[in-house]
Design a protein around this ligand. Structure first.
Ligand code: JB2
Length: 212
């Protein structure tokens, strides 16, 4: 291991984790210790990173080590699992840093909180705020002055126009477009490809163009 880099462990070793492994390797800031996953066999590898066991190993692996964690599950249509895992790991006192792909564009005046994941090609414009544990997935756009809450998943290619707010735990599907100034409620689900031109209440599910 490279002693100059902080270490990081991924929780989950599926498709989302592969994207994160690539991000972390390209970013060259963290040394990946390995993956914790209760379904994958210890000793197997994902993108050449070793599976170390299940979540119960985190305490032992972090003893005497300065170890960071990364939530490696994507949780399609379900943001609660990522939230629970984030809170469990943070409760153990393990740091969950924000991870930003070197090919993402993030304004210097945007605020990015802990555990946020910004994937390749994503764009975050001035004065937007992204709260903890939210995913801004591949090629998604968050335009200026947006307030994006915690534990949200903005899927690949979604476009959030300027001045929008999105409540904690919402899910914005692949390629959805939201016009400027719209409020999306907590735990709402916007289906893939939707065009959102009206506010969406908490816990609502909308789809289509215009989304209903
Ligand atoms: O609590 C957990 C846990 N729950 C599921 N702790 C740990 N350490 N691991 C957990 N897992 C593991 O995450 C599962 O055993 C499985 O190996 C992995 C999830 O892999 P999967 O490929 O099914 O889903 P994903 O969340 O990585 O990816 C989905 O979401 C992404 C955003 C996929 O649908 C992708 O296509 C999508 N890009």
């Amino acid at each position: 291991m490279n002693a100059n880099k902080d270490r990081i462990i991924l929780f989950g070793g599926g498709g989302h984790a592969k994207v994160l492994i690539d991000l972390i390797l390209l970013g060259n800031e963290y040394e990946i210790m390995g993956i914790l996953d209760y379904q994958l066999k210890p000793g197997t590898r994902v993108l050449d990173m070793p599976v170390l066991g299940d979540d119960s190993r985190i305490s032992e692996l972090s003893v005497g080590n300065s170890v960071n964690a990364c939530i490696g599950i994507g949780g399609v249509k379900d943001t609660l699992k990522r939230k629970a895992l984030f809170e469990k790991i943070r409760g153990l006192g393990v740091l969950i840093p924000a991870l930003i792909h070197p090919a993402a564009t993030v304004s210097g005046s945007a605020s990015i909180f802990g555990g946020v994941q910004v994937m390749a090609g994503a764009i975050i414009q001035p004065d937007s705020v992204i709260q903890e544990n939210t995913i801004i997935n591949t090629g998604a756009i968050i335009d200026h002055d947006c307030s994006i809450g915690s534990h949200i998943h903005v899927c690949p290619g979604a476009v959030i126009s300027g001045g929008c707010s999105i409540g904690d735990g919402a899910f914005i599907g692949t390629g959805a477009s939201i016009i400027n100034g719209i409020n999306i409620g907590k735990n709402a689900l916007v289906a893939a490809g939707s065009i959102v031109i009206n506010d969406v209440p908490d816990n609502a599910e909308v789809m289509g163009a215009p989304a209903k």
